[in-house]
Design a protein around this ligand. Structure first.
Ligand code: SAM
Length: 209
């Protein structure tokens, strides 16, 4: 069946832009602590540099900032990024107009991060762009730092099509970039509507060699 929405990165971002107000509200209703619970033991304890890729409403970025971390929040959709900045004004968060596969703005900072988070974003990255995306994410993860990703599987809004999670392939692509798998687990979605429709998330935790 042909998806209703465009399956190009630009098409998916345009669909996010169109729904930004409603989506930001929905994303803000979720609890970062509950979402990150499966990987809580892998998050930095001391103040650290965190890059949140596909930051959406800024919910997770603000949560990390509240834990004394310095956060860079990369979100390619202007309307979402502006809403996020207004909702979570903080001197501890730097907002970046940036996205996969290249993460140009983040890379141009010339620094690496202790934690790179990709929460509920990977399903929007077309398979042909994933190898390059993992290379960008690995390049931004400092030695000994962690890349934590949640990979969504299950029905998606036709306006914002999802590609298969391809968990095993993603792990292989990461391992080819000196990212060692520390944890693989899966959970039901936290969002009630997604949970009812059978959406699950696989959490992957990698450490940069
Ligand atoms: C389901 S939302 C998740 C937002 C946030 N991470 C959260 O967990 O609440 C997906 C996010 O991925 C972003 N996104 C989609 N394609 C992207 C890409 N190629 N690079 C970076 N972000 C992307 C969207 O703009 C949106 O903010």
């Amino acid at each position: 069946m042909k998806p209703e929405g465009s399956t190009s990165v630009a098409g998916i971002l345009a669909a996010y832009d169109k729904a930004a107000d409603t989506l930001a509200e929905q994303l803000e209703e979720l609890s970062t602590a509950a979402i990150l619970q499966p990987v809580a033991g892998f998050l930095p304890k001391d103040p650290a540099r965190v890059l949140d890729v596909g930051a959406g409403s800024g919910r997770d970025a603000a949560w990390f900032a509240g834990q004394r971390h310095q956060v860079w929040a990369a979100e390619p959709v202007d309307s979402l990024r502006h809403a996020a900045r207004d909702l979570h004004e903080s001197a501890a968060i730097t907002w970046l107009d940036d996205g996969l596969p290249n993460l140009r703005q983040s890379t141009a900072l010339g620094m690496t991060f202790d934690l790179v988070l990709l929460n509920a974003v990977w399903h929007h990255v077309p398979p042909a762009l994933r190898e390059a995306s993992i290379a960008s994410l690995a390049g931004l993860t400092g030695p000994g730092g962690r890349l934590i990703m949640s990979l969504r599987e299950g029905p998606s809004d036709p306006a914002r099509p999802a590609f298969p999670a391809a968990v095993d392939k993603t792990i292989a692509q990461a391992e080819a970039q000196q990212l060692r798998l520390l944890r693989r687990s899966w959970v039901e979605a936290v969002q009630p509507e997604n949970r009812r429709s059978g959406v699950i998330f696989t959490w992957l935790v990698f450490q940069r060699e």
